[in-house]
Ligand binder design. Structure first.
Ligand code: DTR
Ligand code: CA
Ligand code: ZN
Ligand code: ZN
Length: 462
């Protein structure tokens, strides 16, 4: 339907598109929505340009990347050095903790995250939570990943919990590298003073307005995920999150067990206590690996999953690389999956005209022009030509695209049998021999008597 204002036509749910040769950068997946309709090409000859099937495929869920173990271990090395330079630990209230916060924050700020440092006091010392938001996504649906960044005073805290802190840091950096545009909003958190009793995460949840708590679709907790004698435990709280992790490990062929060491023993507890769906991964602490567990996971039965738990020997040597690698990849898998990270719609620069041009019945060809500017180089081999021609008995109509060189590209032949009305289609043309910027024309001719029509609009997408 044409509006009363010539040259401007609203495509449902899309904003009005300026008139001739206006350069708009619309996400084509949206912009073409108004044009995509299936039309059969002429049956008499194969057109040079073949119309693309005009259906919009459902967005595909983007596959999570592999998280490079080397990158995760590099963060661990940095945290280890920080501990060594600050009295041997990264404990709450000690300089090593704030130095750890500053290291993680620096990486996130450089990667484009919006970071916030939340201060609190515990045991007479200032504590810090580091919160990082990835811009975009539905703010009413937040997928949050968290790990406590503090260690105990007796050691560097590499497995507990440099492992979780480093894994979610590298996952956040992978989000940035991918310039991910998930449907849901992503938030990451590094908690202070967990070892004093989940102090930092409790402080965060307590001070989070109820309305904002309700926006957290899921909180994923990662505390000790690189244990030297590892088990593969999945929190059995929210079933969807639990299944997501189980699916990941099933894909690896690695059996998992439900984490039973302590529902209240890490930073997911404050979230669960206010009704936020929670989940997470755990590779074990001071409990002993059974013979049955050693049978399925390897390692040493009768020995603790982490015999350096809360000890000075919780160093970078106290990490099982396979467990850390698998769990880091599982973090990314869950973040990508639960945030419904999908393949972004194709983008391109669109040039469109909405000016109507009448097509004389059984008469001379007419043209409609588009002046393309600002596109460097040649046109692509997959130049998309969207046409919207209102015309009864469309078999009368022959359509060509004329490039700036004057070369004609046949889009549609006439057909004595195609009695359907209107040509609303997108053609793909190999226009790579044409310079992109210049005058492009759509040439249309009605080659049979009776039945008439007009060009309603047409567009080029580069
Ligand atoms: N509280 C954690 C270690 C820990 C012990 N049991 C569990 C169960 C689930 C997650 C973590 C833990 C700490 O000492 O930081
Ligand atoms: Ca990996
Ligand atoms: Zn601990
Ligand atoms: Zn811990």
């Amino acid at each position: 339907m044409k509006l009363s204002v010539p040259g401007v036509r609203r495509i449902p749910a899309i904003r009005a598109i300026p008139t001739i040769s206006a350069r708009v950068a619309l996400p084509v997946g949206l912009a073409l929505a108004g044009l995509l309709a299936t039309t059969a090409p002429s049956a008499t000859a194969a057109p040079v340009a073949s119309p693309r099937p005009a259906q919009s495929a459902p967005a595909a869920v983007l596959a999570a990347p592999d998280i490079p173990l080397a990158n995760v271990k590099a963060h661990l090395t940095q945290l280890s050095s920080i501990a060594a330079a600050n009295g041997g630990n990264r404990a709450h209230g000690r300089p090593g903790y704030l130095a750890s916060v500053n290291y993680v924050k620096g990486k996130l700020d450089a990667a484009g995250f919006t970071t916030t440092v939340q201060q609190f006091t515990s045991s007479g010392a200032t504590g810090y939570n580091l919160i990082a938001d990835w811009p975009g996504g539905d703010p009413n649906q937040v997928i949050m990943s968290g790990s406590h960044l503090d260690s105990v005073t007796s050691g560097a805290g590499m497995n507990d919990n440099g492992s979780g802190s480093s894994a979610i840091l590298e996952t956040a950096l992978a989000v940035s590298r991918a310039q991910l545009q998930p449907a849901k909003h992503l938030r990451f958190a590094w908690w202070g003073a967990e070892e004093l009793g989940l102090v930092g995460s409790r402080y965060y949840v307590t001070n989070l307005p109820t309305a904002d708590r309700a926006k957290i679709s899921g909180y994923l907790n990662f505390d000790m995920i690189g244990s030297p004698n590892p088990g593969y435990f999945v929190y059995d709280d929210d079933p969807t999150i639990e299944q997501t992790f189980k699916d990941y490990y099933a894909g690896l062929g690695v059996p998992t067990e439900i984490e039973t060491e302590g529902d209240g023993r890490s930073d997911h507890a404050p979230f669960a206590n206010v009704g936020v769906p929670v989940g997470g991964l755990f590779s074990g602490a001071d409990y002993t690996k059974t013979a049955a567990q050693a049978q399925k996971w390897g390692g040493t039965s009768g020995q603790a999953f982490d015999r350096c738990y809360h000890s000075s020997c919780d160093t970078t040597a106290n990490i099982n690389d396979t467990a850390l690698d698998r769990n880091s990849d599982a973090v990314a898998y869950a973040v990508w999956t639960l945030s419904a990270a999908t393949v972004p719609p194709p983008t391109g620069t669109v040039f469109e005209t909405l000016t109507d041009v009448t097509i004389p019945d059984n008469g001379a060809a007419i043209t409609s022009s588009l002046n393309v500017t600002g596109i460097a180089g040649n046109a692509p081999p997959t130049l998309r030509v969207g046409v919207d021609i209102k015309h009864t008995w469309r078999g009368d109509v022959v359509i060509d695209l004329i490039g700036p060189s004057g070369t004609a590209y046949r889009l549609k032949n006439s057909s004595g049998s195609d009695s359907a009305d209107n040509v609303i289609a997108t053609y793909t043309v190999n226009a790579s021999s044409e310079v992109a910027s210049g005058l492009w024309r759509l040439r249309v001719q009605d080659v049979a008597a009776q039945d008439t029509g007009y060009i309603d609009s047409w567009r080029l997408t580069f």
